[in-house]
Design a binder for this molecule. Structure first.
Ligand code: FUB
Length: 467
């Protein structure tokens, strides 16, 4: 990104955006079974700079967080999400923020987390209060969702540049790469919080990183946001190219330190954000490309949203052109409604937000009349007979309508939620369910009077369809 550019963000705080209106109008003219868009994958807040990590059969997604109505990269914390099926994502809240790094003053920007030796290491760029320069910090956690603590109490490395990516080679040697406008790396020690030797600059040659035209002072396309990994013996350096607007390009090399050969565009300039940021994983036999754009209402260059596409490598290992879609990735498997599901696990929502729950994890809150949550690909099997939800309400409550395949789809049950005397005073409600069998998208539609109605912590079905 070029820090001096000022694209025109649409200054619309999320809570003021009744973007459901347009969507609901559209949905009203669709059959109840119409497929719904699932990109961007988070709608409760603006997210940016995706960094996916596969661990124990789940994808953990580490992101930045653009503040509502932001007019700069005003970013104060990072967020974690996870999914077992690439479409229903669980919100794990904010296990790391600027406050995690006592020496940091601002700019919770693009990082990456990695697993090693039973711990999770999360490398991020932040502004060093003492020097006023961007530096790379490293936090460590015992679980992929944190909490994370500053591993060093000081920067791991500092040269005024940003966007760390970390890669552990098959021989155990780890590398940290980062930079804008340069591209540097260091060899990390096995403790992952120290390094050997000095930072080394990767030569930004046009053969390695493509040719930039125009009088930008930067001869190559490399801009920022590197993402390094290895596949079938080939090393990939994927990066945000040109500025601005950026596109996503990549180079390959026979080794982790080069020499790099420019391979071309992965994702063209698209999507209402003048930055983009790559993250690539293989999961459950598929390959996935994460990126960000300005697709949510009020979205733009400083109010971005993370999205994902599934792709296949070409036979020779090159990466095809990947375009942004609103459909997103196909679902891997199904979701089991007969085990407890967190309310903050969803493929889509309208109107709700999330917050830390007094019972642990997160809960869904700020629910108003007509808001809803969509959970995709729910396997009801031979049928459900009841629906249970953990709820709380400081007002007089409302109702949870259990619907299939659309926000106005078949109504299979309605649970009444009472006032409980507080937004974190939890109680459990149940109601009968009929005609919910086989596979459906589940919509929990919330209804009631005016104002905030109730919170939901988790839900679960019972019935003969137990899988
Ligand atoms: O999100 C802040 C900055 O914008 C990141 O560090 C860059 O990669 C760009 O996405």
């Amino acid at each position: 990104m070029n820090f001096s550019l000022s694209p025109l963000p649409r200054l619309v705080p999320r809570r003021w955006v009744t973007w459901t209106v347009g969507l609901l109008c559209l949905v009203a003219f669709l059959p109840a079974t119409a497929a719904r868009a699932d990109n961007p994958i988070v709608q409760t807040i603006y997210t940016a700079d995706p960094a996916p990590l596969v661990h124990n059969g789940r994808v953990y997604l580490y992101t930045g967080h653009d503040e509502d109505g932001s007019t700069y990269f005003t970013m104060k914390d990072w967020r974690v999400w996870s999914s077992a099926d690439m479409v229903n994502w669980t919100d794990h809240g904010s296990p790391m923020s600027l406050a995690t790094f006592s020496w940091a003053s601002a700019d919770a920007w693009a990082g990456q987390a990695v697993y090693r030796n039973g711990k999770f290491y999360w490398y991020v760029p932040v502004k060093n209060r003492a020097t006023g320069r961007m530096a790379i910090g490293v936090a460590v956690g015992d679980s992929p969702t944190g909490p994370f603590r500053d591993a060093l109490g000081r920067p791991l490395v500092e040269n005024g540049e940003i966007d760390p990516t970390v890669f552990i080679d098959d021989n155990g040697q780890a590398y940290l790469y980062w930079g804008n406008p340069n591209l540097s790396y260091v060899q990390l020690n096995t403790d992952m919080i120290s390094y050997s030797g000095s930072p080394t600059q990767i030569p930004l040659t046009t053969a390695g990183f493509g040719t930039r035209t125009g009088s930008t002072g930067r001869p190559t396309l490399y801009e920022e946001g590197p993402w390094v990994y290895k596949r079938n013996g080939l090393y990939y350096m994927v990066f945000a190219a040109k500025c601005c607007s950026e596109f996503i390009a990549y180079s390959t090399a026979p080794g982790p330190t080069g020499p790099w050969t420019y391979q071309g565009t992965i994702m063209p300039t698209q999507g209402s954000s003048f930055t983009n940021h790559p993250g690539i994983i293989d999961f459950n036999g598929g390959s996935y490309f994460f990126y960000h754009n300005g697709a949510l209402p009020g979205g733009g260059g400083f109010t971005r949203s993370v999205a994902v596409e599934k792709f296949s490598y070409n036979a020779n290992g090159t990466i095809p052109t990947i375009n942004m879609t609103t459909a997103g990735a196909p679902q891997v498997g199904t979701l089991n409604p007969y085990v407890r599901q967190e309310a903050e696990t969803m493929a889509w929502e309208s109107g709700v937000e999330t917050e830390p729950s007094s019972e642990g994890g997160m809960n869904v809150g700020w629910i108003e009349n007509g808001d809803y949550i969509k959970v995709k690909g729910v396997a009801f099997g031979t049928g459900a007979s009841s629906f249970t939800a953990r709820v709380a309400s400081a007002s007089s409550g409302g109702r949870i309508e259990v619907r299939l395949d659309g926000v106005n789809g078949t109504l299979v049950g309605t649970c009444t939620v009472p006032g409980t005397g507080g937004w974190q005073n939890w109680t459990t409600v149940s109601c009968p369910v009929s005609n919910a069998g086989a596979m459906h998208d589940l919509y929990l539609r919330f209804t009631g009077g005016s104002g905030y109605l109730f919170n939901v912590n988790w839900w679960q079905f019972t019935g003969s369809g137990v899988s």
